[in-house]
Write a protein that binds this ligand. Structure first.
Ligand code: LMR
Length: 398
């Protein structure tokens, strides 16, 4: 009987919104989920997305037939080039197996199922901390997960030594999950020099990188700069997997647009991997949805739209940087003890405050400020009129 089914816990990130929606205080602030808001606090549909949608709707040659199991052909090629660069050796040699996916989560899940089927017993090393869903995605696919050191809580910076030490212990053949840029939740990324050392270690220890690329272009505003880590690994001839999401950089959250890329050693291996990825997808959801992928494909391949997108992305990044600066200044203005420079040093849409779960609970109860219990604030969800309120709340819970 269904009577025996137990109540499950709410999601650590998406569940917070339910409580926020039930709070009718005029002071309430939702800085939980990583979703960009404009200066008025409203969800933003990019102008370039509206234009692409209009063109798609007016194109009478388009239909609603099923896409192939691997998704939109034009999108797949465009997203591969966006990730690795059109001149990448693996792309030119036809060694990258790319399937459209239900955004980053779907790409990670398809990749995890593929690994569990063909590399059973593989251990997956995940940074500590990380985006909470990572552990569940790999675990639910039947893979064993382990943590590797990432953040040094005392400095709120990267514990590079700890990270390298842990990865040195990983058995050959293990998978290492890496955030390409704008690490979620910490906003702390390795430097170019550190990435060099990471790629050397992974090659030497025969570890497989599985990149999560959720913020290409959204971190710095420069889509090539943000792809640095992936392109470095690719240039070294590394085999790897890359999950891509267009949720943030194109604001296509609910359209679920993303891709999984598997960089293979040969074109033959690539064809075989493609066939196996399709065998994962077909019984899972058959084939992916058309609309969002068509939008992304058009923006990526139309030079005019691509240029307009760049300008809009820059505007988004600038507003996030302004909110980082504003939040830091507002907290410092309260006389709060400690060094708050980490807020402007961290990269991407979040600031990892170091607030404890109790402090977060107090922010919610007493100040109507909603964030996940790990103390992560979505800076991209802040607006100027809320900065003082948030800063005062932080000051008072310290
Ligand atoms: C987040 O971390 O808030 C986003 O990536 C949204 C999500 O799916 O959790």
């Amino acid at each position: 009987s269904f009577e025996k089914v137990e109540q499950g816990p709410p999601d650590a990130i998406l569940g917070v919104k339910t409580r926020f929606l039930a709070d009718d205080s005029p002071e309430s602030v939702n800085v939980s989920v990583g979703a960009y808001r404009d200066a008025q606090g409203k969800p933003l549909v990019l102008e370039v997305v509206r234009k692409a949608e209009k063109a798609i709707l007016e194109d009478a040659s388009r239909n609603k037939e099923y896409l192939g199991i691997a998704g939109d052909v034009k999108f797949r090629q465009a997203t591969q080039e966006f990730c690795f660069g059109a001149d990448a050796k693996s792309v030119k040699e036809g060694r990258v197996a790319t399937v459209q996916a239900l955004s980053g989560t779907g790409a990670l899940r398809v990749g995890a199922e593929f690994l569990a089927t063909h590399f059973a017993g593989t251990k997956v090393y995940i940074p500590n901390p990380t985006w909470g869903n990572h552990f569940k995605i790999f675990g639910n696919a039947g893979l064993e997960t382990a943590k590797y050191t990432y953040l040094n809580p005392a400095t709120r910076g990267l514990d590079f030594e700890g990270m390298m030490k842990d990865l040195e212990q990983a058995p050959a053949g293990s998978v290492v999950v890496l955030h390409v840029c704008a690490h979620n939740p910490t906003g702390v990324d390795p430097t170019a020099e550190q990435w060099q050392k990471i790629v050397d270690l992974l090659t030497e220890r025969q570890l497989l990188p599985f990149f999560d690329s959720a913020y290409q272009g959204f971190a710095s505003g420069d889509v090539d700069k943000d792809a640095y880590a992936v392109r470095l690994f690719e240039s070294k001839g590394q085999q790897m997997m890359v999950a891509q999401s267009y949720s943030k950089n194109m604001g296509l959250y609910g359209e679920r647009v993303g891709a999984l890329n598997v960089v293979c050693p040969s074109a033959g291996a690539c064809a075989r991997v493609m066939s196996q990825l399709e065998l994962v997808i077909r019984p899972m959801y058959s084939n992916p949805p058309r609309h969002g992928a068509a939008i992304a494909a058009l923006i990526l391949t139309d030079p005019k739209l691509r240029e307009e997108w760049k300008v809009e992305l820059k505007g988004i990044v600038d507003r996030i940087l302004a909110m980082r600066k504003g939040l830091r200044e507002a907290i410092e203005a309260t006389g709060a003890p400690g060094d708050w420079s980490f807020i402007t040093d961290q990269i991407g849409m979040f600031t990892f405050t170091g607030l404890s779960a109790d402090q977060v609970a107090s922010m919610e109860k007493n100040y109507h400020i909603y964030m996940p219990s790990n103390g992560r604030i979505s800076v991209a969800g802040l607006t100027s009129d809320k900065l003082e309120h948030v800063a005062k709340a932080i000051r008072s819970v310290l």
